[in-house]
Design a protein around this ligand. Structure first.
Ligand SMILES: C[S@@+](CC[C@H](N)C(=O)[O-])C[C@H]1O[C@@H](n2cnc3c(N)ncnc32)[C@H](O)[C@@H]1O
Ligand code: SF4
Length: 314
């Protein structure tokens, strides 16, 4: 992904293939989504979005839902790659057996597996509805296929840290090593819920109770990730609780697009009803990107301010 700033259009987008999900992870607000926010993107609409995003060079087929629940996901990724655009997804890893592994690997530059525990019992509670044996078997199958076919697709992991799994880091490195994971990311559970939905307050309360707020613990987790990254040889990053704004580059170069075309500034603010600047299935993206409200928001962030949208992130 290029890192240069771009005034006139986004270079990187997250596009939500679906907001449907087969799990109920307690850190995630998916289960509290209102019915009107549930749905999936069609391949035809995805192609319309790509045509509306001529400056984009990097797409994450990722949003608030499980991407592999959309049967057209691989076609979307293939269409993206065929245009010379980098494409990745993130998955709960439970549904891979529905797809041919060679096709899955060929479709993406990177597949991120969300793995929040190495202990099977804990995994079942922090990834509610999933079974660690199934997920790690699916990862192992893709890793073996990748090796056999000599493919370059990166298989990586993302772990959301909370009070529930803060003792899992060493076990996660062992699991990653056994599966040949190329890179690991650790993030603290953040407050991504929308402000408007009353039901979200139930999620927010649960999330706040799970969050690691003690600075000393955060530092020791960061140190642990760093040390295990060095000793295991697996590159690993750690994102703590420090507010992303005003140093957040994301909305200056990127945007988030929901399955029904709603454009928000980033993947931490995924509700177009709350944070939306327009609809990319109904308007030219350049018109949305350069609208006075969106331009004002980016200017405020770029000049060291903390726009209202960014308050409380992560
Ligand atoms: C919303 S999920 C969608 C993709 C897919 N269903 C999955 O689980 O990977 C995208 C990522 O957000 C992570 N996530 C869930 N709750 C989070 C939170 N409160 N803060 C930060 N990341 C979170 C998930 O673990 C996952 O890695
Ligand atoms: S984190 Fe992913 S798998 Fe878990 S509920 Fe949210 S969208 Fe579904």
């Amino acid at each position: 992904m290029t890192t240069e700033n771009h005034e006139n259009a986004p270079l990187h987008v997250h596009i939500e293939p679906t907001s449907l999900c087969n799990l109920r992870c307690p850190t995630c607000y998916n289960e509290f989504l209102p019915a009107r926010r549930r749905g999936s993107l069609s391949l035809n609409d995805y192609l319309r979005l790509l045509a509306n995003l001529p400056t984009v060079n990097d797409v994450s087929l990722l949003g608030l839902g499980e991407p592999f629940m959309n049967p057209e996901l691989l076609s979307m990724a293939e269409e993206t790659k065929s245009r010379g655009i980098t494409v990745r997804t993130a998955t709960n890893g439970t549904l891979m057996e529905r797809y041919d592994p060679v096709r899955t690997l060929n479709a993406f530059d990177e597949i991120v597996f969300s793995i929040d525990a190495a202990d099977a019992e804990l995994f079942a509670s922090v990834r509610k509805g999933a079974d660690l044996a199934v997920v790690s078997n699916n990862m192992a199958n893709l890793a073996a296929t990748r090796k056999r076919e000599g493919l370059a697709t990166l298989l990586t992991t993302n772990t959301v840290l909370s009070q529930a799994n803060r003792d899992q880091i060493a076990g996660l490195f062992e699991l990653a090593k056994s599966l040949g994971v190329a890179k690991m990311r650790f993030v603290m559970a953040g407050d991504l819920a929308s402000r408007k939905e009353a039901a979200m307050q139930v999620h927010r309360k649960r999330l706040l109770a799970m969050r690691i707020e003690e600075a000393g613990i955060e530092q020791s987790l960061a140190d642990e990730v760093k040390a295990l990254g060095a000793s295991s040889g697996i590159p690993a990053s750690f994102a703590g609780n420090a507010p992303y704004a005003p140093d957040c580059w994301w909305p200056l170069r990127g945007a988030y697009i929901s399955h029904d075309g709603g454009v928000t500034p980033c993947c931490m603010r995924m509700d177009p009803d709350d944070y939306g600047f327009g609809n990319a299935l109904e308007q030219p993206m350049s018109e949305i990107w350069n609208s006075p409200a969106y331009a004002r928001f980016r200017r405020e962030l770029a000049t060291g301010g903390i726009p209202e949208v960014c308050e409380g992130c992560p």
